[in-house]
Design a protein around this ligand. Sequence first.
Ligand code: ZN
Length: 417
Amino acid sequence: MLDMACRCCGSRTVELVVDLGDQPHCNRLVAQDLTPGVEPHYPLRVGFCHTCTMVQIDHTIPKESMFSDYPYVSGTTKTLPAHFAETSRRIADAYGLGPQDLVVDIGSNDGTWLKQYAPYGCRVLGVEAAGNVAKIAQDAGVPTWNRFFNEDCVADILKEFGPAKVVTAAGVFFHLEELHSVVRGIEALLTSDGVFVVQAIYLGGMVENTAFDQVYHEHLCYYTLKSLSALLEQHGLEVFEAKLVPIHGGSIEAHVARKGSRPVGDSVRDMQAEEIRKGFGDIATYQRFAGNVVELRDRLLALLQTYKSAGRSVWAYGAPAKGATLLNSFGIGPDLVQQAVERNPMKVGLAIPGVRTPIAAEEADVSPNAYIILAWNFADEFLKNAANQKFIEQGGEFIIPVPKVQVVSASGTRDVK
Ligand SMILES: [Zn+2]
């Protein structure tokens, strides 16, 4: 057992299933000339709670250190704004949002999601802990508070705005150090018929995709419907609709209300049955996942060695947080992947911590023999891009590391065995 109380149920029944070794905080990019090895490293271990089935990491880097300044901006990709437009339309239609209603988005980032509510005329408020991205939202005219969402924050929202018809949280719910204070806050903030809509990376998808690179220090909890429900039920809330959405390589979207206030739909019972069928409440499933990670590592390292032996260059296409986990877990340094190229100006000129892969700006006229797509969840978007199509036509290759190791070239896509 890991030496911890479960983040969800408090039991000391959390058993280690995946140990990725000591790693630096993936989003704390470092100067390229920083003395090697000085960035702090912390254990990155995944455990399974035998009592409530919550999968979680045991080591917590304090939230102030991880989220007060943040290099991830939702609006950078094309996929996310389109995804949020579609989601807000569904929410507005389902719950009849109008000008009198308030929507509060937790971890609202640069306001990408809240902007999508403009057609419905409702009031919106973002709560964003990172000052740099909160300012981007404020400058764009999206009302945003720069603070952590918790019970204290909710007390102030209620004073200033009153209760919220809809509370949303996308890509943030696995980040929460103050998990129970946040959930109590949501319960207190909702109107009597209010709905909380949460999107979080789905553990079932992670297991099926061997997406171990979603494990990093910012992601404290990894949810199934069962473990999410175990958390919400402690605070008088229940999931009444649930579905899977493709964003971030597979996420769960749950619609949540006060227990008993709305009928629980078939989607919930169907997903519960599917999770039992697939063994997502069994530790053996996660032990098999650990074995699949080792197999993936061996294939990827062997492939990168063939490029190195042939004197062919490989660069990373993008430097996402999950890329730091992948490179550090597998020990892939600049000898195998020489540099990363990025379009996010906040990352250019720095290096991925640990492995110290330098990050450069994307340039049209210089390219390697192959790119490895670390943000593999956006691979479809990247590969459709005209410049990348041209790169492939001219003999370039893309390596996709997850869910299986693949090489995309002019002759097609092949699986690496
Ligand atoms: Zn537990």
